[in-house]
Design a protein around this ligand. Structure first.
Ligand SMILES: Cc1cc2nc3c(=O)[nH]c(=O)nc-3n(C[C@H](O)[C@H](O)[C@H](O)COP(=O)(O)OP(=O)(O)OC[C@H]3O[C@@H](n4cnc5c(N)ncnc54)[C@H](O)[C@@H]3O)c2cc1C
Length: 436
């Protein structure tokens, strides 16, 4: 066994992983290709650079990302500690001064005696017995991507994310929605169908074609449009195009009217518990606020809770649902861990969380101690379970209450329910923290 652990990538996940290993008294070699080489979205030579929004989302415990941050605080996350110290006013959200944040993370890592920073592009995954965490992010360098593809198989490494929005089942109005597949082929719960009248469809169509979209980076435009088409672009081809595509009503009878609807949106079950459904064919570049506004016009989604918005952006990630276990350890090579966006989590805080889990477990493996899995009723545990559960439609996931197991007691009020789920999670985290 080597006398150090490699961490590849000095971004959010890599820095957190390096810190967690180092604080357990183990040496870390942290590789970062900047400033020698920058990805198309990075520009700051410091470690821990945040590439887009300066918000780490809500701090409220009734928000799953707020709860995740609190869980991370219990486990002494370096990056959340830095974020808390350089926060800027942003209401309930934890927003940071991005320059100060990256500087502070870099200083903390540099002064840590157990961490050696090596500023070079890492191009070859070791075949020896070095424990290695790969945290090269959504814009992993090309040479490293080739290495990862060799390790995982080409068909398990993806280069962009074209995901449709996901809503919670309980927020769908089932007085309007009905179950079943086209021509009644399936009578199980796999699909929920939301029927439009002509008038409803036309209103929806007009809002969709005029809705605000996000500006893509130049490097993203080409790949995405070759892959699959955003729903708003399809709509702009003509008023009826969607009705001959994903909104085709053929083979459906609306039980309320006993006739074929004018158009139909299908929602497909997204998790094994059946609490989440995705909008089939609704990959989109609409801004998140616009997705909520326009997609809530779909009959049955008037009060929908959007667990995840649709995205289309450059994103290198592995199909972790086949490849990793709950500790972010590669099943086929127990010396390799993945962390960050490349491991199938989505978002800044989620990337930090995966770095923390992989870092703690890599340290335990180094010491030949038992691995630690986070309880399912914590956001960290639920994310770990999500990324490691077989799923042939795997898409990266962000923190949300829909992936946590329901409470034993049914609580109708959403805020009260989330409060209870938060209490349950923080209690579990405190218990576990005493053990690791
Ligand atoms: C354009 C874009 C915008 C995003 N905006 C948001 C947002 O607003 N909010 C949000 O929550 N999430 C956002 N994300 C998603 C995600 O949360 C961030 O990308 C986050 O930084 C991921 O953390 P990470 O540690 O996995 O990767 P990164 O933070 O990107 O870190 C990876 C590091 O690895 C280095 N690296 C890459 N290849 C090599 C190599 N071969 N050798 C050595 N070093 C290497 C890179 O230089 C980088 O420093 C965005 C993603 C992208 C691509």
């Amino acid at each position: 066994m080597k006398e150090y652990i490699n961490v590849i990538g000095g971004g959010l996940a890599g820095c957190e992983a390096a810190y967690q290993i180092a604080k357990r008294g183990i040496k870390v070699y942290l590789y970062e290709m900047k400033p020698q080489k920058f990805s198309p979205a990075h520009s700051n030579k410091n470690l821990g650079e945040i590439v887009c929004s300066n918000s780490f989302k809500s701090n409220a415990l009734t928000n799953a990302c707020g709860l995740l941050k609190e869980e991370l605080r219990i486990f002494d996350s370096l990056l959340i500690k830095c974020a808390d110290k350089v926060k800027v006013p942003a209401g309930q959200a934890l927003a940071v001064d991005r320059e100060k944040f990256a500087k502070m993370v870099t200083e903390e890592i540099e002064k840590n005696e157990n961490i050696k920073i090596i500023r070079e592009e890492y191009t070859k995954i070791p075949e020896d017995d070095a424990i290695t965490i790969i945290a090269t992010g959504p814009l992993t360098s090309e040479k490293m991507s080739l290495q990862i593809a060799k390790l995982t198989g080409n068909d398990k490494l993806y280069f962009y994310d074209a995901a449709a929005p996901i809503v919670s089942k309980e927020s769908i109005d089932m007085n309007i929605g009905f179950l079943g597949d086209r021509y009644g082929k399936e009578s199980d719960n796999s699909y929920i169908n939301l029927p439009f009248t002509k008038e409803e469809y036309e209103k929806f169509y007009n809002e969709l074609i005029n809705a605000e979209v996000v500006t893509l980076h130049d490097f993203e435009k080409k790949e995405i449009f070759e892959g699959c088409m955003p729903i708003e672009i399809m709509a702009k081809r003509g008023q009826d195009t969607m009705r001959y595509g994903p909104l085709k009503p053929v083979g459906f009878t609306d039980p309320r009217t006993n006739s074929r609807p004018y158009a139909i949106v299908q929602l497909r079950q997204d998790n094994s518990d059946g609490t989440l459904y995705n909008l089939v064919g609704f990959q989109t570049n609409l801004k998140f606020g616009e997705q909520k506004r326009v997609f809530s016009m779909i009959p049955g989604l008037e009060n929908a809770e959007f667990i995840k918005y649709g995205v289309m952006h450059r994103n290198t990630y592995i199909n972790s649902s086949n490849l990793l276990d709950e500790t972010f350890n590669l099943k086929s090579n127990s010396n390799i861990y993945f962390a960050g966006q490349i491991s199938g989590v989505e978002g800044y805080v989620e990337s930090i969380a995966s770095g923390l889990i992989a870092g703690i477990n890599a340290a335990l493996k180094y010491r030949e101690e038992n691995r630690v899995t986070f309880p399912e009723d914590t956001v960290m545990g639920a994310l770990s379970k999500y990324i490691s559960t077989p799923n042939n439609k795997f898409q990266p996931m962000n923190a949300n209450f829909g992936i946590l197991p329901p409470l034993e007691e049914k609580i109708k009020d959403k805020i009260k329910r989330y409060e209870q789920m938060s209490n349950r999670s923080l209690k579990a985290c405190k218990n576990l923290h005493n053990m690791v």
